[in-house]
Ligand binder design. Sequence first.
Ligand SMILES: [Ca+2]
Length: 85
Amino acid sequence: METVTDPKAVVTKTFFDALGRRTATVENYLAGANYWTVEPLSPKSRAADECRITATTYDMAGNTVTLTAVDPDHDGNLADNQVTV
Ligand SMILES: [Ca+2]
């Protein structure tokens, strides 16, 4: 995992798989049980600007297969995940 903090103290946290590929990016990352059931793909209900999650999957060759906006309405329910193939 890697975190980057911008001058306004907004944190972007990036998650990687065992091959070093970026699997998820969380913008305006906030830590703790108030925000997460399981990081980084099962967020809890939160404010609209908190923990904006984008997940990436890859094929065996390392090509991007899907991009997913995880819980884009921030209600903690993943039914609205927006998958781009
Ligand atoms: Ca949702």
